[in-house]
Design a protein around this ligand. Structure first.
Ligand SMILES: [Zn+2]
Length: 95
């Protein structure tokens, strides 16, 4: 089965090795029941890409947020493993 789609990630054509940039139409050959797939760039495909191929959906970039290292917080005492083993609680953990 042959289908056209736009690439989400940069890939390469399986025939000429040309780089296919994200958003570029590519022809994908899929055989039902097999895991093998073939990727063809528009130049190597046996037909022209369809005009009505929908564009890629807009992606939302997630802004990375730093993870707080609880050990580095100045107001927290370091955990004492000997007291933890004896069942004592850290200040603020009573109850
Ligand atoms: Zn190609």
């Amino acid at each position: 089965m042959k289908t056209w789609l736009r690439t989400m990630l940069a890939t390469k054509c399986g025939r000429c090795g040309a780089a296919i940039e994200p958003g570029t139409p590519m022809q994908l050959w899929i055989w039902p029941g097999l895991r093998q797939r073939k990727v063809r760039c528009p130049n190597c495909a046996d037909e022209a890409p369809p005009v009505e191929l929908p564009p890629l959906p807009a992606t939302e970039f997630i802004t990375p947020t730093p993870v707080l290292n609880l050990r580095l917080m100045a107001d927290m005492l370091p955990l004492d493993w000997k007291k933890r083993g004896a069942g004592d609680r850290e200040p603020g953990e009573e109850g």
